[in-house]
Design a protein around this ligand. Structure first.
Ligand code: FES
Ligand SMILES: [Fe+2]
Length: 429
């Protein structure tokens, strides 16, 4: 990768090509549970912008630029109530759309509130997450048709975790299937207890070097990892990357909920990892909700420091519990899959110089996703709108067995990967 390409991929601020591209999509901004009606405003940093999340008296979520349109006092200290956020400094009050609805320090004859607007980004709330659109209003696309945004209440769990590295370093761990056997270890995967992997754990164990195949779709890349099952069949684990930062993982075995991530830049050197678990056909069970909340050895949700979005095991403590037994080498302390992923992606530093990489054949999805992002960012800079069709997000991750002589794996599984209907969901194996 050329240094200028690294620069293009890295920068997320407004006015940069990639920053402008990211702003053309609805992105998870904060969790529903972070704000309550008439409760405390919350600081949220997204794409290098300091913002305030809040919820008005009617329960509507809002996302404002942090600094008051009058003279810039932080709205973190604003008074939230009576369907508005009132700046503490001089009392200007804004509704959830950013309209100034009161200017109490101005005499009635000099008020000009109709001309004042607090910068406010549109929000849509679904299944525990507030999605926001930070781009030009006249280019606002439809909400992506991600399966987990459209399911009934109770089918979805969303978590949010702060990670100390560039957003692509986090995301690329999800589309880098060849690390499974090395970072996480086949033995640990075989011992995983959350999922009934009675059949497939042996196939995974025997196939440390799967064959990867990708299929390009509008706004998405499907990735299939193929291993031997028996003489007549292959075992396939199929996931997807979707523009610009959404991931669906291959299905976990059994009737387990599906999993995925959205990697939302805090700024150029940090990322919010939104982890999502959902089941297309049923509500999540109490047991599953407990697992997701507490974090499990092989799951995608982490154990958090209470009241924060920082994982309890993080880089300041070597990604291990303080009472963990002594080990000979640092890597041996890190036992939890998600901690292992975080450890290696953070270990690269905040924004590893991609011009110093040496990419191999198993990095194919990473290469292709970067290429798609760069093409879209360059195109946008030249005035070409990026792909934002909501239908492109109707993609479900699966695991399945297919005959070795199948003509096209993508065609063979197209139905069950299509999230247009929950009825075609097949449990993973
Ligand atoms: S700075 Fe907010 S009302 Fe004056
Ligand atoms: Fe991993």
């Amino acid at each position: 990768m050329k240094p200028e390409e690294h620069e293009l991929l890295s920068r997320t601020g407004a006015g940069t090509p990639m920053g402008d591209l990211l702003r053309r999509y609805w992105l998870p901004a904060f969790l529903s549970r972070e704000v309550v009606a008439d409760g405390a405003p919350v600081r949220v940093r997204l794409l290098g912008e300091d913002l305030i999340a809040w919820r008005d008296s009617k329960g509507r979520p809002g996302l404002f630029r942090e600094f008051c349109a009058h003279r810039g006092a932080s709205l973190y200290f604003a008074k939230n109530g009576d369907c508005g956020l009132r700046c503490w400094y001089h009392g200007w009050k804004y509704d959830v759309d950013g309209n100034c609805i009161d200017q109490p320090n101005e005499p009635p004859q000099t008020q000009f509130k109709e001309t004042v607007k607090q910068k406010a980004y549109p929000c849509i709330e679904r299944n525990g997450v507030v999605m926001a659109y930070m781009g030009p209003p006249d280019k606002q696309p439809g909400l992506p048709d991600l399966e987990w945004l459209n399911l009934p209440e109770g089918h979805v769990y969303v978590s949010k975790r702060y990670q100390d590295c560039h957003w692509l370093q986090g995301l690329e761990g999800d589309i880098d299937s060849s690390h499974l056997g090395f970072l996480h270890g086949i033995e640990a995967m075989k011992k995983a207890t959350e999922h009934d992997m009675s059949e497939s754990r042996d196939w995974v164990a025997q196939g440390a070097y799967p064959k990867f195949e990708i299929v390009q779709k509008p706004g998405a890349i499907l990735q299939g990892a193929r291993r031997d099952a028996d003489a007549a069949n292959h075992y396939w684990r199929i996931g997807a990357w979707m523009m610009p930062n959404f991931i669906v993982l291959p299905a976990f075995p059994g009737d387990a909920p599906l999993g995925g991530h959205a990697w939302v830049p805090v700024d150029d050197t940090k990322v919010w990892a939104f982890g999502v678990s959902w089941h297309p056909k049923r509500k999540l069970t109490e047991q599953e909700l407990t697992w997701f909340h507490d974090g499990t050895p092989t799951g995608i949700h982490s154990t958090m420091i209470p009241g924060t979005f920082v994982a309890k095991r993080n880089k300041t403590n070597g990604y291990a519990d303080p009472d963990a037994p002594p080990v000979k080498q640092p890597w041996q302390r890190i036992k939890i899959f998600q901690d292992q992923d975080t450890a290696v992606t953070e270990s690269m530093g905040w924004d590893f110089d991609r011009s110093r990489e040496n990419l191999g054949t198993t990095d194919i999805v990473i290469v292709q996703a970067r290429r798609r992002l760069m093409e879209a960012a360059r195109g946008l800079a030249e005035g070409k709108d990026p792909p934002t069709d909501p239908k492109a997000y109707r993609v479900r991750g699966i695991t399945c067995v297919l005959p070795r002589d199948v003509a096209s794996w993508a065609d063979a599984v197209a139905d069950r990967m299509d999230t247009s209907s929950a009825e075609n969901f097949c449990p993973g194996i």
